[in-house]
Design a binder for this molecule. Structure first.
Ligand SMILES: C[S@@+](CC[C@H](N)C(=O)[O-])C[C@H]1O[C@@H](n2cnc3c(N)ncnc32)[C@H](O)[C@@H]1O
Length: 241
């Protein structure tokens, strides 16, 4: 199944990651987001994070997503909350943008590191979109141990341990100022929401063998090893020490 179809199966989720609005607010509070900030959200999905931040902190922002459906949904959501004068959304490839995204004071990449080939590329993209004193929140899955059986490790080739992540963000000029970690309950809720999206697609088209195989595969993956070996957290990064 291609990436765009996988994301579309999550289109009904408020957050397309194993986290909650409260945890996103905790991470962005640690990043010091305020009404003075301009927040860039790389791989913004349905735009709910930017809307939440604009609503809570009064900041402005720009969300980028490569799927036109996501951008339309994000704009509609912002309009429904009366936030269209503060947040905008652009359909673009965040890794190869038509226009540069420089000038943000805070940059987010939540569950979208794969757009940049992994953590290394995501850290570089966050760094170049910010000024020297910019702050970033990088939300991504990580290996909970270095001893992941190779047959599983191959499935998530761009996943790293938290210690490796620390080295990568430091190499890109960031210091780590906080972590907001998800627990099993958030993972269970996220997985179940994806399964619900698959089941809805199958109710519409019971002959969709691609979705049937995908659903079965992600359940095997989660209960077989994902739950045990994979974690998810938001890393709050600062451009100054
Ligand atoms: C896991 S979802 C996360 C969405 C959002 N950050 C959230 O937390 O709800 C990843 C998003 O990244 C987007 N994406 C993937 N590759 C991209 C690219 N090259 N440029 C822009 N967006 C991309 C996908 O369309 C998807 O909406």
């Amino acid at each position: 199944m291609d990436d765009a179809r996988r994301w579309e199966l999550q289109a009904d989720l408020t957050l397309m990651n194993p986290t909650t609005p409260d945890r996103v607010l905790a991470a962005t509070r640690l990043a010091g987001v305020s009404a003075e900030d301009f927040v860039l959200d790389l791989g913004c999905g349905n735009g709910t994070v930017l809307a939440l931040l604009a609503d809570t902190f009064g900041c402005r922002g720009l969300g980028i997503d490569c799927r036109p459906e996501a951008v339309l949904a994000a704009r509609a959501f912002a309009r429904s909350r009366g936030l269209e004068d503060r947040v905008a959304f652009r359909c673009d490839d965040a890794a190869r943008p038509a226009d540069s995204f420089c000038g943000a004071t805070v940059a987010l990449c939540l569950g979208a590191a794969s757009a940049f080939g992994g953590i290394e590329g995501a850290a570089a993209a966050l760094r170049t979109s910010l000024g020297d004193d910019g702050r970033a929140v990088l939300g991504e899955r990580y290996w909970r141990t270095e001893r992941v059986p190779p047959e599983f490790a191959r499935d998530f080739a761009d996943c790293v341990t938290e210690y490796e992540l620390l080295g990568i963000v430091r190499e890109h000029g960031f210091s780590l100022s906080g972590i907001v970690r998800s627990g099993e309950a958030e993972f269970d809720a996220y997985e179940a929401a994806i399964w619900a999206g698959c089941r809805l697609a199958l109710a519409r088209d019971p002959d969709d063998d691609e979705v049937r195989a995908y659903l079965s595969g992600i359940q095997d993956e989660y209960l077989g090893y994902g739950r045990e070996y994979v974690g998810w957290a938001m890393y709050v990064l600062s451009g100054t020490v």
